[in-house]
Ligand binder design. Structure first.
Ligand code: SF4
Length: 215
């Protein structure tokens, strides 16, 4: 498997399982190459990000059996698959099934939505829509958003619990664009929540951080 890091949040009995894949998008503000650890383990991951040098990719990965052995004696109610793009690990559906069977846990997958996988053992999908405008999406990620938008609608009709998220980047992916994303989502199902994340400076991008007021 492509799992390189697992964090535990005891209050919610939540496991964050981080997978490292060669992401199929190339977002300009991707922070994963600057910080590989779970943000919940760090005091202030965002402020330091602007000046952090790039980290090298992980070199040690856990097998499915190793992951199950590591989780053996821990009370787990929810599991979150995250990292770069979890859907690109072909063994993810098998892990989700194994976790369901052993812990009866609630499995959540964060995804950019470009690749659809077997969701039988995923209980909730948190789906990131970077931009609705095709040109802006191409500029920001290097890829068209046509398949992504189609996959969002497909997951919605499957009846799978679905949340959306997008990032507000001042003077780039701005309030107008976020509203376009919101209108797209509500056109599919107005009960799907949309979380707006605030951009924080990463790497040598020219954009400033989004303020709480703007978000
Ligand atoms: S989809 Fe996520 S992991 Fe992939 S490039 Fe974008 S921000 Fe990075």
């Amino acid at each position: 498997m492509k799992i390189y890091h697992i964090a535990y949040e005891p209050e919610f009995k939540s496991r964050d399982i981080h997978l490292w894949t060669d992401c199929n998008l190339g977002c300009q503000a991707c922070y994963t190459h600057y910080e590989k650890l779970d943000f919940g383990l760090l005091d202030d991951p965002v402020t330091k990000m602007k000046t952090k040098p790039k980290e090298s990719p992980p070199t040690r990965f856990l097998s499915l059996a190793e992951v199950m052995a590591l989780l053996e004696d821990i009370d787990i109610e929810r599991v979150i698959f995250m990292g770069t793009e979890p859907a690109l690990d072909p063994e993810l559906p098998a892990l989700a099934e194994a976790l369901h069977r052993k812990f009866n846990c609630y499995n959540i997958m964060l995804t950019n939505g470009l690749k659809l996988i077997d969701l039988e053992h995923i209980d909730e999908v948190i789906f990131s829509i970077k931009a609705l405008s095709e040109n802006l999406h191409l500029d920001y990620t290097g890829k068209s958003n046509k398949t992504i938008l189609r996959n969002f609608a497909t997951i919605s009709v499957l009846g799978k619990k679905l949340q959306a998220e997008t990032v507000l980047i001042p003077a780039y992916i701005d309030a107008y664009e976020v509203e376009c994303v919101a209108r797209f989502i509500s056109g599919i199902d107005s009960s799907i929540p949309l979380r707006i994340d605030a951009y924080f400076p990463v790497g040598d991008n020219p954009w400033r951080a989004a303020t709480a007021g703007e978000v």
